[in-house]
Design a protein around this ligand. Sequence first.
Ligand code: PCA
Length: 331
Amino acid sequence: MTSSRRHFLLVAQAAAAFSLAGIAGTVAAQTKWDLPAAYPASNFHTENLVQFANDVDKATGGKLKITVHANASLFKANEIKRAVQGGQAQIGEVLLVNFENENPIYAVDGLPFLAASYADSKKLAAAQKPALEKILAAQGMMLLYTVPWPPQGIYVNKPITSVADMRGLKWRAYSPATSKIAELIGAQPVTIQAAELSQALATGIVESYMSSGSTGYDSKTYESIKYWYDTQAWLPKNAVLINKKAFDALDKASQDAVLKAGAEAQERGFKISAEKNDWYKKALAEKGMKIMAPPPKLTADLRQVGTVMLADWEKKAGADGQAVIAAFRKP
Ligand code: PCA
């Protein structure tokens, strides 16, 4: 071998070793998290998650990359919590009321007329937080932030004046509490998560349900159902949960970036939810839907349903539940 050839090889080896070290260095320094979410990419919750992920990316200089998987594409709505708990996903967004059967504390924001305005929703979120954090910590998870859906109203395929008018209707539920409402008013509940709702509507297996203008818009409910009663009955929250081990494995600067971006996402999401509430109602009306104030009897009936459900919930939720309600009602 000529000396120039030997020299070339040495240089090439050194370059290869250097670039390998470079790649290894990048791999070690970059952490990737998956964030399963259950709602469409265009939904305001999901857009907020994407902004959160971008904020973390920027704040960590690309060291923590969070990929948002919208529309239940990675895990179904009801599976996301377990995936975060088991570490299959490091972080995920869930609808808290879906987990009522595990612990009633999850579902306090799904009780009709307990906290039915944005101001009350914020208060209830603060009252619920310590109990929620305790339950999640016992399962190896952290609560990063919560954002309410807009107030829940009634989608129904005919004009109604009282809950009696909904007797026998096929009713889409998204949670134990929305199934319970159907039972109490004599409708026929079937649980369908948002990702499957437009298909269920198109095949005619849904004649009524309660949800926000947001989900009615996302699912194109206006194509099959023409009436929405703006009952403003409750504001269920999405929550972003983190696997504690995944969080602990981050360096301190990345942990701080996640917490800061999470706190900002909570503020931003709350504001956008309230702003878009009006936007959704207008958009639904433009699509031909009748957006109506609920007739007095309908409201009175639903309040009655709420009273029954709160009493029931308080029995099941025990002392922890009492503490949440007491904290919420404290002036
Ligand atoms: N949209 C979700 C939950 C509450 C809401 O407003 C849904 O209907 O599935």
